[in-house]
Structure formats: structure tokens, C-alpha cells
Design a protein around this ligand. Sequence first.
Ligand code: ADP
Length: 523
Amino acid sequence: MTEVVSENSEVTVLLVDDNPQNLKVLYETLKDKGYRLLIANEGEKALDLAHRHHPEVILLDIMMPEMDGYEVCERLKADPETADIAVVFLSALDDLQAKVKGFSLGGADYISKPFQSLEVIARVKTHARVIRLERELQARNRELQGDQTRILDSISEGIYGLDENGLIEFANPAAAAIAGRPVEDLIGKCFFDLHFATADECRDSLPVMATCNKGVPEHQRDIQMLRVDGSSFPAEYRATPKLDGDELHGAVVVFHDITAELESEKALEEARELVQEQRDQLAHTSRLTTMGEMAAGFAHEVNQPLTAISNYARVSKRMMAKDEPDLELLGETLDKIDAQSHRASEIIRRIRRFMKKPATGKEELSVPELLEDTRQFAEVDMRNNEGGIEVRVDDDLPGVLADPIQVQQVALNLIRNALEATRSAGSSQPVEVSARRCGDQCVRVEVRDHGVGVPEEAEDKLFHPFYTTKEDGMGIGLATCRSLMQAQGGDIGYQRPEGGGACFWFVLPIAGAEGAPCTPDEA
Ligand code: ADP
């Protein structure tokens, strides 16, 4: 019983009958069922109460003077405010025609007089429930529609709903703003005529066409679309087919003007190029600095073959001055001249290559060859520091994809630092340069020395620009190395080795290996 009361508590039932006795009986029948009951003894009053109280159910007598039940029902149904009320006719007219007429005017049900109380109670309950559910559903629908409208209005992307011929059925305010015409002007227009100027024979290849007439989803960027004023803009759009089961009903197009996006992409690209240029410039300056520091050593290095050449030339001249010159010995001496001149030109070739600007760009390169070349390059420093360099490379090391000059610059920097640290520690142990494969993606090169080592608190700062502990140091070597390695898609770091000294490493991507290079942990 409680349940019934709470279920009916918000339900209003209007009882309409010109006969007070009938009204009384109806009232008595329904009074304890938890409904809010209203009564009217004539049609006009019934309409007035219906307007003001919006009942769920009206029990409506047909035979009434002035305005009969049919007319009341007709007027209720004609007014959207009262059209959803369930009208249950009550009448002694128990013939089929009367019932048909009642239903044709929008009546929900028919109860014949004299009625049974239980029947009235049951029918009112059923109709009240149906109407309440319907009203809840409508309210929910209105809410959803409101939400939908608010969402569509607030979206900055243009949205079109198109039929299968491309006619615009729906447009949100953003679409109107982009197109340059109010929403109502867009409805019914052809999307393709509005936004694209293409000859008829090319229409089939227009964006969104395949979605509209074949149901193929599309996503394209940097498509030129027209505004209503004839100006064009670059757009990105997604077109999704509107399907009802298997049936195609057109497409939904979400699009936006990407002029600003393209401009910022261009600005970003320019900034990236500028950074790259500056990075190359810095790397080049750093190479020049290195060469400056090594100049005396190189002069000495080149001087040696030149002195040898001049000595061999003098010897050759003396041989030729003899009556019977030993041509075989002369030939051997000339070979030696040739070898020495090669040695000198090799040193100069290496220096010139290293100084080159810009660097050569990425190529597949052999790490063992590169390290050997670098070792020879560093021989000047090796002698200056009275140290040694040992290169150990794993067999079958795959080639890496990198810029040879820049990698050599990094390796040389690490080796020179290592030689210097070794000498500062007074150690005679050679600098160990090794290379091995590291997972599927990388080759790892390590430069390990037994020098002064890096204090723990300095580890985090090693790669910071201008960090140096040397009196004449600039502190840009390792910072440049890091930026060079990153530009190669590789990485560089320091690792404290067991037994003192320092160990610097870098990794480079294996040529042809797909996926991300290895993480510092793997490295
Ligand atoms: P610079 O050589 O001009 O100081 P770098 O950037 O090459 O600049 O090196 C920065 C600092 O890192 C050095 O001053 C030194 O303190 C430290 N460092 C680099 N390599 C080593 C090494 N092999 N052993 C010990 N310390 C090192």
C-alpha cells in the first residue's frame, strides 16, 4: 500500500463529468489512492484545469452540455501543452462507433458506464504510469538534446551532418564561422559546391565524397577548402559515414582551419633549423678549438715525414752523382720518399676532413674504422701526455647510422680528456677504448681511463656547458658531445668504473634498426 501511495503521490488526475453524483462516485473511488484529484463539471473548466495543473490522466465524460467530451479531448490534443495527457473517456455510450471516435481524437482508453471501481483504479494506475514514464523520457531527451547542443556549440571544430548527396542537414556555429555564413544559410546547401571549386568530372575525387556515397571513412590534412566569400583556407577533416545498420545515410564531417597550425609548424621548423645551424656552428668552433690546441703537435707530426723526405732526397742526389748509381737502392729510397709523403698528406687529409664545415651528414659507418682513425688522430695528444691508447672492438660489430665527423669529434674529445686525466694522476695505464653491440638497436662505445676520476658531486655537472675543473679549460667539450650525440639519435653518459678513473660512454643507433634507441639503463 505504501508503495502505491508513493508511486502515485505526484500524479494528478482530473475528473470531468457534468453529473455531480458521478463525480462524487469517481472521487470516492480514487480518493485514497494517493493521487492529487481535481474535478470539473464542464468542458471549459476542464480545459482550464488541464492547462494550469497539467494532470497525467483525465477521466472525461462524453455527454456534457455545451462542450462535450470529444471536443474537450480534441482541444487538449491540439495544444502541445496538454497533448500528452492520457484522456480516458467515460460514457454510457457503449457502442463501437463512439469508442472509435474517442480513440481517433487521441483518447487513450475508454471505460463504459456504469463502471466497476476496480477497473477505474486499474486503468488510471496504468495510464498514470505510462504518462509519467513518457514525461520522464521526454525530460531526459530534452536534457540530452540540450547537452548535445551545448557540446556542439562549444566545439571549436566545424561539424556538418550531410545526407548521401552531400546536402548539409546540420551545421554547428563553428562550421558557420569557418564557412563565413550563418548556420541557417548553410542548411540545405551542397557541401561540395560550397567548399570546393572543381569541374564536374573531378567531383568523385573530392574530399568526403567517398564517405557520403560509399561509406568510406576519411581523414586528410592540408586540404584547401573554400569559404563562402571565395577565399580559401587549409583544413584538416575527418569524415565518418552515417550508418543505420547497413544503410548509408550520408556523413558527419568534423573539420577545422589549420592556417595557424601550419604557421606555427613552419615557425617551429625554422627554429629547429636555426638551432641545428647553431649546433653545427658550435660543434665546428669546438673542432677548430681542438685543432688549435693540437696544432703544435700536428706541426711536429708533419715535420717528421718532411724531414725524412728531405734526407732521402739528399741521399738520392748523392747516389745519382756516382758514376754507376745503384738504381735498385735509388728506387728503394724513392719508395721511402713516397711513403713519407703519404704519411704527411694523410695527416693533413685527416685535419682537413675534421675541420670541414658543415659536417658531412649521416651515413652508415664502421665503428672500428672510425675508432682507429680517431686513435691515429689522437696520437699527437698521446705523445704530449706520454700516455697510450688501446682499442678493443667486438667482432661482427654492425654499422651505425651517424655523421662520421661528429662521432669522431665526440670520440676524440673523450680520448683527449682521458689522456689528460691519466697524465694528471701520474698513471701509465693506457686509455681503453672499446666498442660492443648493445641490444638490437645500438652500438656502445666506452672510453675508460685510470686517471684522476670524477668526484661524486661533479657527476651531474659534467655535461653542463662551461663546467670545467681545468685552469685553461672552457667546459664546452662534453656539452657539445651531448648535443652531437642527441643529434645522431644516440646518447652519452658517464659511469663510475670500479677501481678508480673515469668511464664515459656513448651509444649510436645501428643502421637499419627500427624502433627507439636503447635507454640509458640498457646502455
Ligand atoms: P674541459 O676539458 O674544457 O674542462 P669538458 O667539457 O671536456 O671541458 O670537460 C668538463 C670537465 O669534466 C673537465 O674539466 C673535467 O673536470 C671533467 N672530465 C672530463 N673528462 C674527464 C676524465 N676522463 N676524467 C676526469 N674528469 C673528466
